[in-house]
Design a protein around this ligand. Structure first.
Ligand SMILES: Nc1ncnc2c1ncn2[C@@H]1O[C@H](COP(=O)(O)OP(=O)(O)OP(=O)(O)O)[C@@H](O)[C@H]1O
Ligand SMILES: [Mg+2]
Length: 1022
């Protein structure tokens, strides 16, 4: 008999075995079957319900903890202790004492079991209980507190030989621990827990009053307003540093809505969801008019179902209506009518009792007041039917005098009787002034969709924009670093709950990046993994590989029979934790949520992580060598995590250089920094020191583009390179790379050229040339001419500059010298051409200028190196605008800005914007011009660059003058003149003086003349 046939047999439905076999339904697809699938198989409604339930249970089967699996986990620990046990033992006969203790233990075990805890250890009269192990559940902290309250209530009622009622103290704390190590052997074997939390729970127990429950801050923050608490103030606890806040739990709060109790601190405004809110409002309008409606609101956990209902309720606040709200609970899936009884209890203000039978009796008694025939029913089945009838009638009656909004939340946890009730209410709804909103997660197959008057509303994840809006709201004016904000948006995957909790965690940590799953999400994420049995281990392996992983690689790392691995993967897919892309054997898998991946990875202990990463590295090297060469950064990460430092350093370096060559500038900077971080922890050797120098220079070159030529980071990096070179020289180690010394000189020259210091730039260029001439090698000589040429041009010695640049161009050989672009900022020839084009124009040779402009842009495009292209586009546009060729410049400027934006380089973007601002000024759009130039100027200066100031300040001054703002114009032009004198930046000296003159001329004219002048100026050719 097949496995599925056996399973059906066990359910008493073996008649379907043949149909399952014919349709090739095996265990791997069982959990994906929907109600419709079963209908298509010809299975009747009752059996479909039973089958779907059985499938759900199959998925939810908790697994026994693997034999040796210790894990990092967040647990809520409860420590209970009997009050006055020493006195008891002194006063009681040992046999009586034994009876007392066993009654106490039994009561504890029963209470804990009822609330889903795990008794880890009895220590005489002390008991340690885990909530969240071996199976995490979404509301562990809440269950622990409920268990504590029940226990302190039950213990004094125990009948024991002690005479007086027993008393107990309970302490509860939540935190990260390592749990699962087997301690002891045989009977005494237990799963130990290590961390501060057990001690904290024990100490809190110590300060509790008899028959009281005291909780720690970690637990308190998970409870919202679900319990009445009394703040006990800061406590000094032995063995725990600092005063510790503590709360006594006075009791459970009667809350109308769990959602509201958990959000007592207030809600941020609804982000997005306009269409969904509108649908709900429309359905309400219809319902109010007597055309009853139902909305089936589905979506994954935390996507915002309850929040949308809160929004609806708020919108209806001023309209007369009655609200009926029902909540299903994961702990009460088998407790008949649980949500309905709770609603009635709340409505009647009666106390909550725990026994399901008691509650049913109570329900009957309540209903009997209006429907006396219930208790007269003969059989339990009849009684149940009549109860149902009465409950449905109740909704009917309530909806007569005024419209009713009936919210049934979390139907995936509903007991069958409540579901039947809901189905009957829905059947009746059409003729009532009733809107029923049912919320549920994906695992619930709603049998009601497609019926008339029933709208299905599936909530999708939020857009990145809406997620961003949520973050900004939650931050309440505090600005998070953009990287941290983006990281939240990426990792939250559009789930509002994740956005919210990650943002809060970041805010609590003062804006620093998150390196762990927030405490408030631990239980919910872990519970999804714990349900998976053995498949969890596969999730952990996958998580170590990455958000996305291939079947092939996983199979290499997993060391498991393929069939077993595939079963686990199927299970992960069926549980919605993984997406499968492409069919097997070429399947790749993607974690549905980055946070599920983080949670799975987070449970692994350090040593286990290292071992898995080392296995991944092995697998890459032995089976996927192409990935090692094409995506070194992928393997480098695993080497780092596996502690394979040398390999990691070399791969990060390789990755950084590849990224830089491909103009992925930020990635390059990041990867090169990682390489250097790894190298720093290795023992020094000549080879390593050489590599370190090279990496430092590469990083400096990447930083030029990402942080700016003259930024403190770039300067520090070049300084570090120089000091590494000096250290190596002091050890008598000659550099392997002959250009090392030149690279450093280049770095200093660039910094002085950007944070403009003309004399120093010229002096450094001269030093460079002297060194090159002494050596006589082509590359240094060519570079020397370039540095000297640019230095001459920018300091206003145009003819000398032009001649140096001509020599650079003459020495350039594309085959040999193209590679220099990644070491000296930009392609050497393109740089020389771009500046010579300006010099030629300024010297009056327009034809030569035109030829150089074309060669510069054409050459840069051919090379395809982003930094070179940005260099060419900016300098060529600058010359074009000087030459009055606005039409030609405009598209190049647009291209520059777009490219710089894409590459994330602020320096080049601000250069592009300055050009755009000037273009606007030349077109007479002075208002825009002032605005653009001012903001671009600030951006450029933020990168540490002060070069070009005479130019942009003078065009800004001229634009102010056009607007009649002569004070601003004079201030700017004076600054331009002062900058020119101070730094010797004189390439545009004549223009600056001309603009100064024009400003004075305009200022001297009357307003009418200014206007006439403006018209005249615009009609002139440039
Ligand atoms: N569109 C939104 N704008 C702002 N906050 C939101 C939005 N959607 C959800 N939230 C917030 O995110 C959190 C999770 O939302 P909610 O509790 O409504 O999810 P849910 O779908 O009901 O999840 P569950 O299935 O666990 O009940 C809540 O704190 C809620 O206030
Ligand atoms: Mg909800």
């Amino acid at each position: 008999m097949s496995q599925v046939a056996q399973w059906l047999d066990g359910l008493g439905m073996s008649e379907y075995a043949a149909r399952f076999a014919e349709n090739r339904i095996d265990f791997s697809v069982l959990s994906e079957l929907t109600d419709q699938d079963l209908k298509d198989l010809g299975i009747v409604l009752g059996d479909r319900r039973k089958l779907l339930r059985a499938i759900r249970e199959l998925d939810a089967e908790p697994s026994a903890p693997p034999a040796d699996a210790a894990e990092r986990r967040q647990l809520t620990l409860m420590f209970c202790d009997l009050v006055g046990s020493t006195t008891l033992s002194a006063s009681l006969d040992p046999e009586d004492l034994r009876a007392v203790l066993s009654a106490y233990h039994r009561c504890c075990a029963q209470t804990v079991e009822r609330h889903g805890g795990f008794v880890a250890k009895y220590m005489g009269d002390g008991v340690l209980v885990y909530f969240g192990y071996p199976q995490a559940r979404e509301h562990d902290a809440e269950h622990a507190v409920e268990a504590g309250l029940d226990f302190v209530e039950a213990v004094p009622k125990l009948a024991t030989p002690a005479g007086a009622p027993l008393q107990v103290r309970v302490g509860i704390a939540t935190g990260m621990v390592v749990v699962g190590d087997l301690v002891g052997s045989g009977e005494a074997q237990e799963r130990g827990v290590v961390g501060e939390t057990p001690n904290l729970a024990a100490r809190l127990q110590g300060i509790a009053e008899p028959n009281a429950v005291v909780i720690a801050a970690g637990t308190r923050r998970l409870l919202g307003d679900l319990f009445e608490l009394q703040h006990l103030g800061p406590q000094d606890l032995k063995g725990i540093p600092g005063p510790v806040p503590a709360w006594a739990v006075l009791g459970a709060r009667k809350v109308e809505s769990r959602f509201e109790a958990l959000h007592a601190g207030g809600l941020i405004p609804l982000a997005g969801r306009a269409a969904e809110a509108e649908t709900l409002a429309r359905c309400w309008a219809k319902a109010e008019g007597g055309e009853g409606q139902a909305v089936l609101l589905s979506g994954e956990a935390g996507v915002g179902k309850s929040r949308l209902i809160a929004d609806l309720i708020e919108r209806l606040a001023s309209q007369p209506h009655r609200r009926l709200r029902y909540y299903c609970s994961p702990q009460r899936t088998a407790s008949a009518f649980h949500p309905i009884i709770s609603q009635l209890e709340r409505a009647m203000g009666s106390a909550q009792t725990d026994s399901a039978a008691d509650r049913l009796d109570k329900l009957d008694a309540m209903l009997a007041q209006t429907s006396p025939f219930i208790t007269a029913a003969q059989t339990p089945a009849q009684r149940r039917q009549r109860t149902l009838d009465a409950l449905v009638d109740r909704v009917d009656k309530l909806a007569r005098p005024e419209p009713v909004l009936l919210v049934f939340e979390d139907a995936h946890w509903a007991d069958p009787s409540s579901l039947e009730w809901l189905g009957r209410v829905l059947e009746r709804a059409a003729h009532l002034r009733l809107l029923v909103v049912v919320t549920f997660r994906a695992e619930f197959a709603s049998p009601w969709s497609g019926r008339p008057g029933v709208t299905t509303l599936a909530l999708d994840r939020l857009s990145k924009r809406d997620a961003g809006a949520m973050i900004d709201r939650l931050a309440e004016g505090r600005v998070l670093p953009p990287k941290v904000r983006n990281d939240i948006i990426d990792r939250a995957d559009g789930i509002p709950l994740f956005v919210q909790e990650m943002t809060r965690a970041v805010l609590e940590a003062d804006g620093s990046a998150l390196d762990a799953v927030p405490a408030t999400l631990q239980a919910s994420l872990l519970s999804r993994l714990d349900r998976l049995g053995d498949a969890k281990e596969v999730a952990q392996l996958g998580a170590a590989i990455g958000r996305e992983f291939s079947h092939d690689l996983l199979a290499c790392v997993a060391a498991k029979p393929i069939a077993q691995l595939d079963r686990s993967l199927d299970r992960l897919v069926a549980a919605g934790l993984l997406f499968r892309q492409h069919p097997r054997p070429h399947a790749t898998y993607l974690f549905n949520h980055a946070l599920v991946q983080d949670a799975a990875y987070g449970t692994l202990l350090r040593e286990a992580r290292r071992t898995i990463h080392a296995r991944i590295v092995d697998a890459f090297e032995s089976r996927f060598a192409d990935i090692v060469s094409t995506q070194p950064e992928l393997v480098a990460r695993h080497c780092t995590e596996a502690g394979l430092i040398e390999k990691a350093a070399s791969l990060w370096g390789r990755a950084g250089r590849r990224s830089f060559a491909r103009s992925a500038l930020w990635e390059a900077a990041e990867q090169l920094s990682r390489a250097l971080a790894q190298v720093a922890s290795l023992p020094g050797s000549p080879t390593l020191r050489r590599e370190q120098i090279q990496l430092q220079l590469d990083l400096s070159n990447a930083l030029i583009h990402t942080k700016g030529h003259a930024s403190p980071e770039t300067k520090a990096s070049f300084d570090q390179a120089r000091s590494l070179i000096e250290q190596a020289a002091a050890l008598g180690e000659a550099p392997e790379d002959p250009l090392v010394a030149y690279s450093v000189l280049y770095g200093f020259w660039v910094a002085n050229r950007m944070a403009f210091n003309g004399p120093v730039a010229r002096e450094l260029a001269a030093q460079f040339q002297a060194l090159a001439q002494a050596e006589g090698a082509t590359v240094p000589l060519m570079l020397g001419h370039l540095l000297a040429g640019i230095s001459f041009v920018v300091t206003g010695d145009l003819a000398a500059g032009k001649s140096e640049l001509a020599q650079t161009i003459a020495l350039y050989d594309p085959v040999e010298h193209r590679v220099l672009a990644t070491r000296f900022g930009h392609d050497v020839r393109v740089s020389a051409l771009a500046w010579r084009a300006f010099a030629s124009w300024a010297l009056g040779d327009s034809e030569a200028s035109l030829a150089d402009r074309r060669s510069a842009v054409g050459g840069a495009r051919e090379i395809g190196h982003a930094a070179t292209l940005m260099f060419a586009l900016s300098h060529v546009s600058l010359t074009l605008l000087h030459a009055g060729r606005r039409g030609e410049a405009a598209p190049l400027i647009d291209e520059l800005i777009e490219l710089a934006d894409g590459k994330g380089t602020l320096y080049w973007k601000s250069y592009g914007l300055l050009l755009r601002g000037w273009l606007a000024a030349l077109k007479g759009e002075s208002v825009q011009a002032v605005e653009i130039i001012r903001s671009a100027m600030a951006d450029m200066r933020s990168t540490g660059a002060t070069g070009y100031a005479p130019w942009y300040l003078s065009i800004l001054a001229r634009a102010h003058a056009e607007l009649g703002q002569f004070d601003d114009a004079r201030r700017c032009i004076s600054e331009a003149l002062a900058a020119m004198a101070a730094t010797d930046e004189r390439w545009c000296e004549a223009d600056v003086h001309r603009r100064a003159g024009e400003i004075e001329r305009l200022a001297g004219w009357s307003a009418g003349l200014v206007a006439r002048h403006r018209d005249f100026d615009r009609s002139s050719p440039s």
